[in-house]
Design a protein around this ligand. Structure first.
Ligand code: ADP
Ligand code: ZN
Length: 606
């Protein structure tokens, strides 16, 4: 199993529960998997498809996304295909022929196609080894996304009594679980429930005041990152996406009022990294596999906690740190109440009011955001501090941050405003990486004087200084910190700076999954950008979303380890055999060029 994992996916270990579940699948058991987004569900049927004889059939609700899923597998060297209504008659015929010849190992279909009697008959003529039902909650009317087509799957077991079924969902409620098991007729299925904690998501709730300005302040520190901004109304979506474009952000709208063509065009541009931001109503997002969504912002208050959890869950699938910000005010609550009052059914009204109240309590609450969310789903979180929410990281106290500000500002001054946030923090924290040493930045008087905060603490300080107008981030490709006029009196000791107090003042040595890469060596952002551009060029040439080539996490690891030979490149997580063969050379060329120009990443003699 490990060998296959490494060969096709380029990973060298399993995520929690993956190995046990795959073991059960291979043993022919029915399995129900409850795992949050980003938990690594797809691998649980993709890997077995490589290890068993016969065909794995994957049922997935969204036709629009099948192509991307299949492209990702093909890029990994797997024999994958999809059949749906977007294909022409002769293309379907062709796929069927290849299925007959055993040239396809994993097939994606929509439920309504699968259950056509002709198609069932065709499948019965093949050797089927596994059915995987993705987004299995769609079968339940109790879920948040019931799809009548899924109900047709009721007779799947009857048609294929000997073929095991793996059902997967990121919805955890008891009612939905019961429904899935009953309807798919897999009462003996083993159930696996992973923790729903997503502590690579940094959750923050801000009071909504000058919200557009608040949003811009956040976006300034996230230029070129992918993000989703949820709004309550279509009108708000149109206005906000327009405003953001006026302010130079590549933001596109998405809501049910657009034509299907516009919607899929905008979604596609987002997935392919041609647009950085999608401003959307809740109509957007289900089944979006894009792994590098770096933030999800709720511009308006969500209606209930389930929806909110699903929406923020679309950030950080790749396990890297991502931000989730909700702007709260009472005006939004009143707007929701207004809509609820217009509902005809009194029971519906009552439930909606109740759920809205839970949402508001969550926003105003003072317990850890992650703990509160997990409690909602019946799970306890046993750590005193999650280090990933505003409650745990930043109590609303302020403090005299003049000294901290002076440290940051004078470092920016000393390097002449030519470096980005992370480099400045590296100097303050006394990092010993190549970029620092080679530039002699370890000789600066501010080198290593910032021991009082952790990296995320300094990031918060820098972001706040940007927000307060003491600093600016300039430049699109490699944004650098520049001093603003306002910082002069601070540097001269003539003005006090009041900052929000970070709670954790001592640098923490604990490494979380999201910090794994930073800990492995600092990411060279300049190289990361170069590799990102290369990835985009290759992706466009093949008409693929960039993440299909390599994930951000993989590029970041390259930009911190400087692999210069194909052996070194293959050791990077996410580089499997097929990708090494197809893309290895071009990436190595870029990395080697970069290393020679910059004189970094010494080429070790084996
Ligand atoms: P889900 O469907 O549960 O949301 P995915 O299947 O999309 O999750 O996987 C989430 C992310 O984790 C993807 O970027 C995937 O490539 C990555 N991943 C899956 N398994 C592993 C593993 N064993 N090691 C490292 N990364 C993994
Ligand atoms: Zn917390």
């Amino acid at each position: 199993m490990l060998q296959t994992l490494n060969k096709y996916f380029g990973y060298d270990s399993f995520l929690p529960l993956q190995e046990e579940i795959i073991g059960d699948v291979l043993a022919g058991e029915d399995v129900l998997v409850l795992m949050p987004t980003g938990g690594g569900k797809s691998l649980m049927f993709q890997l077995p498809s490589l290890l068993v004889d016969g065909l794995t059939v994957v049922v997935s609700p969204l036709i629009a996304l099948m192509k991307d899923q299949v492209d990702s597998l093909v890029a990994n060297g797997m024999l994958a295909e999809f059949i749906n209504s977007s294909l022409k008659y002769n293309e379907i015929d062709d796929a069927k022929n290849r299925l007959k010849k055993g040239e396809i190992k994993i097939l994606y279909v929509a439920p309504e196609r699968l259950m056509l009697s002709d198609f069932l008959k065709f499948l019965k003529s093949l050797k089927i080894s596994l059915f995987a039902i993705d987004e299995a909650h769609c079968i339940s009317e109790w879920g948040h996304d019931f799809r009548p087509e899924y109900s047709q799957l009721k007779s799947l077991k009857e048609n294929f009594p000997a073929v095991p079924i793996i059902a997967l969902t990121a919805t955890a409620t008891e009612k939905v679980q019961g429904d899935i098991v009953a309807q798919l007729d897999i009462s003996k299925a083993k159930r696996y429930k992973a923790s729903f904690l997503r502590n690579n998501l940094q959750i923050k709730i801000e009071s909504k005041e000058k919200v557009y300005q608040q949003l811009l302040n956040f976006l300034k520190g996230h230029k070129k990152d992918s993000g989703i901004i949820y709004c309550q109304s279509r009108r708000q979506v149109d206005k906000l996406s327009y405003d953001l474009r006026q302010d130079g952000y590549m933001a596109l709208p998405y809501h049910a009022g657009l034509t299907p063509e516009e919607r899929s065009k905008n979604q596609e541009r987002f997935i392919k990294d041609d647009a950085d931001i999608i401003v959307a109503t809740i109509a957007f997002g289900m089944g979006i596999d894009k792994p590098n969504v770096r933030y999800v912002i709720h511009f308006d208050l969500p209606k209930n906690i389930e929806g909110y959890y699903q929406e923020i869950g679309r950030a950080g699938r790749d396990g890297l740190r991502s931000d989730c910000i909700l702007f709260f005010n009472y005006g939004d609550k009143a707007k929701h109440e207004h809509f609820i009052r217009q509902k005809e059914d009194s029971q519906e009204r009552e439930i909606a009011h109740f759920k809205l109240k839970e949402m508001v309590d969550y926003c105003l609450g003072s317990i850890c955001r992650h703990k509160a969310l997990l409690q909602y789903f019946g799970e306890e979180l046993d750590v005193p501090n999650c280090e990933a929410c505003d409650i745990c990281l930043e109590p609303k106290e302020t403090f005299d941050g003049t000294v901290a500000a002076q440290k940051v500002l004078s470092t920016v001054y000393r390097v002449n405003g030519r470096f980005g946030i992370n480099h400045i923090i590296d100097i303050l924290m006394g990092a010993k990486n190549k970029r620092i040493l080679e530039r002699g930045h370890d000789k600066l008087s501010t080198y290593g004087i910032g021991t009082e905060y952790s990296r995320s603490g300094w990031q918060a300080v820098v972001r706040e200084l940007i927000g307060l107008g003491y600093l600016d981030l300039e430049g699109d490709q490699y944004p650098v910190l520049k001093l603003m006029l306002k910082s002069k009196p601070v540097l001269a000791g003539k003005e006090q700076v009041i900052l929000t107090k970070p709670k954790i003042e001592i640098s923490s040595s604990k490494t979380k999954k999201s910090d794994k890469i930073a800990a492995a060596g600092n990411v060279d952002n300049e190289l990361f950008e170069i590799l990102r551009v290369l990835r985009k060029e290759l992706a466009d040439k093949d008409g693929l979303p960039p993440y299909v080539i390599f994930h951000d996490a993989t590029l970041k690891e390259m930009a911190s380890r400087y692999p210069r030979t194909s052996e070194a490149l293959q050791k990077i997580s996410g580089v499997g055999e097929a990708k090494l063969l197809k893309y290895g050379e071009v990436f190595l060329k870029k990395i080697n060029e970069y290393c020679s120009v910059k004189g970094v990443g010494a080429l070790k003699s084996k």
